[in-house]
Design a protein around this ligand. Structure first.
Ligand code: ZN
Length: 330
């Protein structure tokens, strides 16, 4: 796109902001017990206020109520409504098609926020109205350049009473390969061709109380543990004051690097750029008595076990960033 095309594109893009995606949508069924039961089955929810009329009588609700987190389920369309964006059926589809037609073909849901005003009673009829609330400026992200789109949905019952709301944000982006062939959306100055380089790990927040810890890892290739110089107590993660004696004076020791796995979890999703999946995320009981979160490497996920002895390995990312990992002890 040249500069004029880009301007025209941006102008048209902004016209979507504030538009309802379509007429308000009323759920196909009123709030009903069978749907509540099936939803609870799927979620593993067993609270009697949702499932057992007799038991519900004895609760603060006095009758069966719908789980608040079911809110969106009451207005779900059928599958036949989700035929993609080739023939847009509403403004949201039109917006997505508009972006896709301009090279922003990738979609990533980034976050959602729901507010529940109150519990729903059986027989209430839910209606939702969704508005395209915000479209960000063009951003360079780990996925490629793109726009964050926020939609806001208001939920009301048949009397128009507010029962909740939801906001949902997606990133619509140009995958780097397509950005290159489509000229990256660059103006003549090339400024907006900010396709990110190969993404790297998200850096930990570093503040006054913990930056020293990361610096020591990087410079000395050790795993530091903070030590109170008032009473000698070790503490991790780093913090300004000793919880035993109240002293704010401290130094640090280098951990031996030996420990055992206190617990672990294997992360498959969501997958962020810059990480290798699956990630074996562990809590290590260090030999010195402190506990820390880390990552286990050089070990298949199915071979991890609680109590397994591990040893320190200072890992260096491609961008030079150093981070303490562990591997099975030799
Ligand atoms: Zn102390």
């Amino acid at each position: 796109m040249n500069e004029n095309d880009k301007k025209a594109f941006e102008t048209q893009l902004r016209t979507f902001v504030g538009r309802p995606i379509g007429p308000p949508m009323t759920g196909r069924d009123p709030v009903n017990e069978p749907m509540i039961r099936q939803w609870c089955d799927a979620m593993g929810e067993t609270h009697p206020a949702y499932l057992d009329a007799k038991a519900a009588k004895g609760t603060i609700h006095g009758e069966i109520k719908a789980p608040p987190t079911m809110l969106q389920a009451w207005v779900m369309e059928g599958w036949e409504m989700h035929e993609g964006y080739d023939e847009p059926k509403n403004e949201q589809h039109r917006l997505h098609k508009f972006l896709a037609d301009h090279g922003y073909t990738g979609v990533l849901g980034t976050n959602t926020e729901e507010n529940y005003t109150r519990y729903l009673r059986l027989g209430e009829q839910v209606t939702a109205e969704t508005v395209i609330a915000e479209i960000s400026d063009e951003k360079a992200t780990g996925r490629g350049i793109g726009y964050f789109i926020t939609t806001r949905t208001s939920f009301v019952n048949e009397k128009g009473e507010d029962i909740g709301s939801m906001s949902f944000r997606v990133l619509r982006y140009k995958p780097p390969a397509e950005a290159a062939s489509a000229g990256g959306g660059a103006g003549k100055d090339g400024k907006s061709a900010a396709v990110a380089a190969k993404p790297t790990r998200i850096k930990p927040p570093m503040g006054q109380d913990n930056a020293w810890w990361w610096e020591k890892v990087a410079k000395e290739n050790v795993l530091p543990i903070q030590r109170c110089t008032g009473c000698g107590k070790l503490r991790h993660p780093p913090r300004p004051m000793c919880d035993a004696c109240g002293s704010q004076k401290w130094d640090s020791i280098a951990a031996s690097g030996r420990g055992t796995i206190h617990t672990f979890t294997v992360i498959h999703y969501p997958q962020f750029p810059g990480y290798d999946y699956p990630i074996v995320s562990i809590i290590v009981d260090l030999e010195e008595g402190e506990r820390m979160a880390s990552t286990l490497v050089e070990c298949k996920p199915e071979q991890v076990a609680i109590g397994m002895p591990v040893e320190l390995l200072i890992h260096t990312d491609e961008d030079g960033f150093k981070i303490p990992f562990f591997r099975p002890a030799k």
